[in-house]
Design a protein around this ligand. Structure first.
Ligand code: SF4
Length: 375
């Protein structure tokens, strides 16, 4: 069987400072970058011939925009040397607003990046300060403007809601401001706080709490309403695209069990129902590669039941939902028949709809998508 075009994820695990809410692993200084790139190039070579072809490349982090154009070229040259990359590939970079000047952005375009996702998070200095971001609202806006001028026609931003001091009205204004830039893609995430993060501690000592369920739902529905009325497609719980063609091709691979290869520390990969993930520490990753090993921490082969549950879980997070014919062909399960009473209850509660051979979440269903998969 011909393998589908896979997605390639390149992890850049460096951040100049740590955002207060972030529980991801990253290194706070860039002195290891040259050594890291050398290791990454070797890991790229290790996977030569393992995946037929890729039609997306995604540089995520961490903060990929800390790399110089020369360093990015070095990585991309290796990628093109060892992998088949579709001529029409979507090539994305996640960028921090404070890092990207006009010259840097023009360089990115010349190197081949055709999609940019800016971690704006908010247009309020007060909120950005609380989140511990190292950029200002002015820089966030300037980076959008500069990206346009540099020729990025597939431009997205990330925003965060549910932050202390951000009421529904201010959030609506944030969304309206985002809409005013006619961005191709907007991701809206609800703040969540891991107990180990500084912001969690700050919340505790200030006696603040995250929004309760009702308020959470209000934020979620406001986001949906504000963006869909302005023409955006709410295609996944947190993701909105201005047109079909602006949906993140790369991220859709994660939701559809399409093969993907993740390179760099902590990166995940998926192929032929097997998932594996790399060591988290940059130093361990570099050491493993230097000694000629593959830096994989562990792997798992997903059973048919696990795959089925994941298909439900991931599918019910997307507007496209679950194609019942394909589900039956893949797992031998007639979903509406096998889970009839539960699906009926969800339909009555307006959380899912069964239509045209698909089981789809409604907007309210998307708001509680994680629990829908338990049907
Ligand atoms: S830039 Fe991203 S990865 Fe780095 S500390 Fe902030 S939230 Fe975490």
């Amino acid at each position: 069987m011909k393998q589908e075009n896979a997605g390639l994820y390149i992890h850049i695990p460096f951040c100049l400072s740590k955002c207060g809410y972030c529980s991801f692993y990253s290194v706070g200084s860039v002195y290891l970058v040259p050594e890291y790139i050398a290791a990454l190039k070797k890991e790229i070579k290790q996977y030569r011939g393992k995946f037929t072809s890729f039609d997306t490349i995604y540089f995520g982090g961490g903060t990929p925009s800390l790399l110089t154009p020369k360093q990015l070229i070095e990585i991309l040259t290796s990628i093109y040397e060892y992998f088949n990359i579709d001529a029409d590939a979507e090539i994305t970079m996640e960028a921090n607003p404070g890092d990207i000047c006009s010259e840097y952005l023009s360089n990115l375009r010349e190197i081949g990046f055709n999609r940019l996702n800016i971690g704006a998070q908010s247009f309020s200095d007060k909120i950005l300060k609380l989140l511990g971001r190292r950029h200002s609202a002015r820089e966030a806006i300037a980076s959008i403007d500069a990206s346009r001028k540099a020729g990025f026609h597939n431009l997205g931003i990330d925003l965060i809601y549910g932050v202390h001091g951000l009421g529904i009205k201010s959030w609506e204004k944030t969304l309206q401001q985002a809409v005013s830039f006619a961005l191709e893609h907007i991701s809206c995430y609800q703040l969540s706080l891991d107990e180990k993060t500084p912001l969690y501690k700050e919340y505790n000592s200030a006696g603040w709490s995250l929004p309760d369920e009702r308020t959470e739902l209000k934020f979620f529905l406001t986001t949906d309403e504000e963006l869909t009325k302005n023409g955006y497609i709410h295609y996944e719980v947190s993701n909105f695209a201005r047109k079909e063609k602006f949906k993140s091709r790369h991220n859709q691979k994660y939701w559809q069990h399409t093969p993907y290869l993740g390179l760099g520390p902590a990166a995940n990969s998926f192929l032929n129902n097997k998932r594996w993930w790399n060591r988290t520490s940059v130093k361990d990753y570099i050491k493993e590669i230097a000694s000629g090993k593959i830096p994989v921490e562990n792997s798992e082969k997903l059973s048919a039941e696990e795959l089925q549950l994941e298909t439900l879980f991931l599918g019910l997070r997307t507007q496209a939902g679950i194609n019942l014919k394909k589900f039956k062909a893949r797992f031998g399960v007639d979903l509406p028949l096998a889970r009839k009473s539960m699906i009926d209850a969800l339909v009555i509660n307006n959380l899912v709809e069964l239509k045209d051979g698909f089981l789809r979440p409604t907007v309210r269903g998307m708001a509680v998508a994680d629990s829908l998969a338990l049907i």
